[in-house]
Design a protein around this ligand. Structure first.
Ligand SMILES: *Cc1c(COP(=O)(O)O)cnc(C)c1O
Length: 367
């Protein structure tokens, strides 16, 4: 049996350090925000080469609070990817703004930057790209468009902890970057968690307010404040794991390199690594029209795979009201029908990656 991802193995590797960190918090009697959260925020900002990091409750809230900090709400439009985890769209909807989706590129998974400018209207208030599967999109191009039209660029970086573009970490290059520490992410908590990074002091301060009831002085709250705080227990665990993130991302790279090499020349569409990017392989996603059959054979061979994601956001019930308006988004739909995520993670033995690749190759000959 090769699991898609076994989250127990992180604790097996770092158990002693995680035990010490959690004990420290439990004994401290300080369970909301405070020094442990602040310490992790400083470490994470530093890691992301950004000036500020603000810990929040989860990745969705990181996106929502960033949009709110920018004053985006009803009547506004936000341009984002047609192919993403649905939380990106939900965040835009949650602040009352309208999702304006852009198709992914034909040969990749990220937003097609050539199509962005045509979507800009008088109501557009932000561009929200996603570094999907851990591969940075062409941020420079989007920043240039943003500059030309006076639009902020908010990065959904929930799958890209540690990734680099032009040698610089994702996290400090745009207006704001939004992070999730959901357990399966490259930097995962043991529970929920999230963060916003930015170089803009005013925006950092606004997110810091909004995550804590919008209360500058206790009991005098500003509009839209919520309770969405990264707790010190998760922050302490994240501090331990952050020290290992680069090494764990290297292990993911080694797995991706095995798949790249072993699956080259097959009929599968393999993930591209764009120039000037250093992906962190949150997921290793191939495409094939025989997706379901291949997935079945792998499953029978004891190899677990994933689908990220089997339904485009505009085909999900929640966004049914937008389906027609978006003209079908054929590329996003095709990806939903053809993507297959192979097992990958910092604890997947390399032998297992070879076995996955061999099984895939044998399966493709028979289906
Ligand atoms: C995980 C994820 C989110 C949401 O994160 P949560 O912590 O689950 O709220 C948002 N966007 C993308 C691309 C994600 O992968």
């Amino acid at each position: 049996m090769i699991p898609f991802l076994d989250l127990r193995l992180a604790y097996r590797e770092l158990g002693d350090a995680i035990d010490a960190a959690t004990q420290r918090v439990l004994r401290s009697g300080w369970f909301i925000l405070g020094p442990e959260t602040e310490r992790f925020e400083a470490e994470f900002a530093n890691f992301c080469e950004a000036r500020f990091a603000i810990g929040v409750g989860n990745g969705l809230d990181a996106l929502v609070l960033s949009l709110r900090a920018l004053g985006i709400g009803p009547g506004d439009e936000v341009i984002t990817s047609g192919h993403t985890f649905v939380a990106t769209w939900i965040a835009i909807e949650q602040v009352g703004a309208t999702v304006v989706p852009v198709e992914p590129t034909l040969d990749g998974y990220g937003i097609d930057t050539d199509l962005v400018a045509a979507k800009i209207t008088g109501r557009t208030r932000a561009i929200l790209p996603v570094h999907l599967y851990g591969t940075p999109i062409d941020l420079n191009r989007l920043l240039a468009i943003g500059e030309q039209y006076g639009l902020p660029v908010i990065e959904d970086a929930a799958q890209a902890h540690g990734a680099r573009l032009d040698g610089k970490r994702i996290g400090g290059g745009a207006t704001m970057a939004c992070w999730s520490f959901y357990p399966s992410k490259n930097l995962g908590a043991m529970g929920d968690g999230g963060a916003v990074t930015t170089n803009n002091e005013e925006l950092a301060e606004r997110v810091r307010l909004l995550r804590n009831y919008g209360a500058q002085m206790k009991y005098d709250s500003v509009p839209h404040g919520v309770n969405s705080r990264l707790d010190p227990l998760q922050a302490a665990i994240l501090s331990v794991k952050l020290e290992h993130l680069d090494e764990w991302n290297d292990r993911r790279r080694a797995i991706a390199a095995i798949y790249d090499r072993e699956l080259y020349g097959t009929e599968l569409g393999l993930p591209a690594t764009p120039d000037r990017t250093e992906p962190v392989w949150h997921l290793y996603v191939v495409t094939t029209s025989k997706r379901d059959a291949l997935r079945n054979v792998l499953s029978q061979a004891g190899i677990e795979t994933g689908l990220h994601y089997p339904l485009a956001p505009h085909d999900q019930k929640r966004f049914a009201h937008l389906r027609d308006a978006y003209g079908g988004l054929p590329r996003s739909r095709t990806l939903a029908d053809t993507v297959l995520s192979l097992p990958i993670g910092p604890h997947l033995p390399e032998e297992d990656a070879y076995r996955v690749a061999e099984t895939v190759k044998t399966a493709l000959r028979g289906i």
